[in-house]
Write a protein that binds this ligand. Structure first.
Ligand code: 5GP
Length: 204
């Protein structure tokens, strides 16, 4: 079995990160989703502790001061952060932990965790990106514009990532991510003693 590792998925708002990661999680049980904390208000269908831990700014700052975040960032007018404990506990157990975070957070992780795998999810076109944000119907006109403008800035950082996946169809994006996971699991550095295991399995 390969060692646990971090899978960081970023991409602009509307690239479909949420849909793609849900489809990925439904398809396989070897990935644990890291639930972020945020000061954003929940959308009508979102559940506290399932989609996010919805916190007040005071609660968020308290966690920051206690060094409870692996990374945290101010994104589109709200704070977001990845609780550290869950991530480390799961990696220790050998699990793949999926973080769905923005580029600022991904860059913080890149500095400290060399073993992490970074995937950037792209929309097929910028028109399609805007359509998806508008269609979601959960953001105000102002929020839509903020998210759309931020998308252009985020695209500048694609070069910091290991892989890009185009989300033209969810199924294709999931297949691409699975291919990445498959090869990452075969990396020699993610195994402790390959020779010993071959000898054991050969009954010697
Ligand atoms: P949304 O409000 O649409 O759920 O998320 C807005 C942005 O915040 C998305 O790009 C999402 O990936 C990012 N985000 C969600 N959780 C985290 C987190 O824990 N850390 C960081 N840095 N970004 C996050």
């Amino acid at each position: 079995m390969s060692k646990g590792f971090l899978l960081v998925l970023s991409g602009p708002s509307g690239s479909g990160k949420g849909t793609v990661s849900q489809a990925l999680m439904q398809k396989r049980n070897d990935i644990k989703f890291s639930i972020s904390a945020t000061t954003r208000k929940p959308r009508p269908t979102e559940i506290n502790g399932e989609n996010y831990f919805f916190l007040s700014e005071d609660e968020f700052k308290h966690m920051q001061e206690n060094n409870e975040f692996l990374e945290s960032a101010y994104v589109h007018t709200n704070y977001y952060g990845t609780p550290k404990k869950f991530v480390f506990d799961e990696i220790e157990k050998g699990e793949i932990v999926l973080l769905e975070i923005d580029v600022q957070g991904a860059l913080q992780i890149k500095k400290n965790y060399k073993e992490a795998v970074f995937i950037f999810l792209l929309p097929p076109t910028m028109d399609e990106l805007r359509n998806r944000i508008v269609k979601r119907g959960t953001e105000t006109e102002e929020d839509i514009n903020t998210r759309f403008n931020n998308a252009f800035k985020e695209l500048d950082f694609v070069g910091e990532y290991d892989f890009f996946v185009v989300n033209d169809k969810v199924e294709n994006a999931v297949n691409d991510i699975e291919a990445i996971i498959h090869s990452e699991k075969l990396r020699v550095k993610r195994h402790n003693d390959i020779k010993l295991n071959v000898l054991k399995q050969g009954g010697k």
